[in-house]
Design a protein around this ligand. Structure first.
Ligand code: ZN
Length: 397
């Protein structure tokens, strides 16, 4: 098996763009707040077909894989907001400031409660409670585009990533009459082209320079309404990623999580954050919210070096679900539709082993290659033991 490398591809949107949500209601065409890897894959396929046929072949064969693109203000990587984060229902937001009451990560508290039912789970915003009215405002899951972990010289800072969305009203035409179809106005959302976006490219080791030469400076067209001039993106940079998602090495992250979560001796807790949708069926091919140990062991450690089915057990699942599908333009047919864990879903497994080094090695490989089905379309990208769970657990930032 060839070794794989992670590179990042930076885009500069030149025009407004949108990727339609699969479930838009009524007369509103909503946009996704990320560009799915499978959309980018289609755009890159067209480009590579003309620029470098060998690379196009790599893309079709799944040797060249692109993940979801997200806005990356100031160049920091952006990840989806973990399902374990809670924020004030009235003044939601990551930072504390004007009309924002910060956030808290419940993951460690929830894990502790499993061992000790007396542990209480915070349910109200501490800032509202301390205010003059002592208001009891519920905490609710924080939704949004994503977050950045900014590591300067001191304590890491967490920032929420926003994007500017606008919309336009169109009228549907009756092509037979050549006039507006009765009552058929619809709104189309689009994202304004401000700032850079980026996605992770996984490619065979040593092929980076070739990919860079084929793509840098080129223009791709992505998403819907391209005939109206929307969706024009310039490929600004293609460069190797220094450290996956700008995070400390996985062994360090896992070690820190064990120290804070305190699993019993001889066990390790393994939290996983879904970065793109993850399709992980059970041994019979059915979707399950809690994959069985056999499926999980097979997905994480196919060689069976340390994470075997006997040693793995699910501990906690905080997942949202979505359908992944798409359009397959070659046979002109819809792509298969699968149920997937939504980006931001958090799953925790425990492993009955004390060999953190061996586990970190196996899971680093999963971080590089992804897990589950449809990885060629950029699905199955995950991060283990993200420091956010340790860095913002007890307090609102
Ligand atoms: Zn509040």
């Amino acid at each position: 098996m060839t070794a794989m490398e992670r590179w990042t591809i930076g885009f500069e949107p030149q025009a407004p763009f949108l990727v339609s949500r699969r479930l838009s209601l009524g007369n509103l065409r909503e946009t996704e707040q990320r560009i799915p890897g499978r959309t980018l894959r289609g755009a890159l396929a067209g480009l590579l077909q003309a620029a470098d046929a060998a690379l196009a072949e790599d893309l079709y064969a799944g040797r060249l894989v692109i993940g979801d693109a997200r806005p990356t203000p100031e160049g920091w990587p952006t990840l989806p907001i973990p399902a374990s984060l809670r924020s004030c229902k009235r003044f939601p937001g990551l930072a504390i400031g004007q009309e924002k009451h910060g956030f808290i990560d419940l993951l460690l508290t929830l894990l502790r409660r499993q061992r000790d039912p007396k542990v209480s789970i915070p349910s109200h915003c501490p800032i509202c409670e301390k205010g003059p009215d002592h208001a009891l405002t519920p905490l609710k899951p924080l939704r949004g585009v994503g977050f950045q972990r900014v590591q300067g010289s001191g304590r890491p800072l967490y920032r929420e990533v926003k994007m500017e969305i606008s919309d336009r009203t169109h009228s549907a035409m009756d092509h037979l009459l050549g006039t507006v179809a009765p009552g058929f106005l619809y709104d189309e959302e689009f994202i304004l082209p401000t700032g850079g976006w980026s996605a992770v490219l996984t490619l065979p080791a040593g092929r980076g320079a070739q990919v860079k030469a084929a793509l840098t400076g080129r223009t791709v067209r992505i998403g819907a309404s391209r005939t109206r001039g929307l969706g024009q993106w310039k490929i600004a940079t293609v460069e190797p990623e220094r450290q996956p998602w700008g995070l400390p090495p996985l062994a360090e992250r896992l070690q820190r999580f064990q120290e804070v979560a305190g699993p019993p001796a001889g066990e390790l807790l393994l939290p996983m954050l879904c970065v793109t949708p993850v399709v992980l069926p059970d041994a019979l091919g059915r979707f399950t919210i809690e994959p069985d140990p056999f499926t999980m062991a097979n997905a994480l450690d196919p060689a069976g070096t340390c994470l075997t089915a006997e040693r793995l057990a699910p501990v906690l699942t905080m997942a949202d679900l979505e359908r992944v599908g798409g359009w397959n333009s070659l046979p002109q047919l819809p792509a298969p539709s699968d149920l997937a864990f939504m980006p931001g879903s958090v799953l925790v497994w425990k492993a009955r082993t004390a060999d953190l080094g061996a586990v970190a090695k196996v899971l680093s490989e999963v971080e590089r290659k992804g897990l589950g089905y449809r990885r060629a379309e950029g699905l199955g990208i995950v991060v283990f033991a993200h420091p956010i769970h340790c860095e913002v657990r007890e307090h609102v930032q």
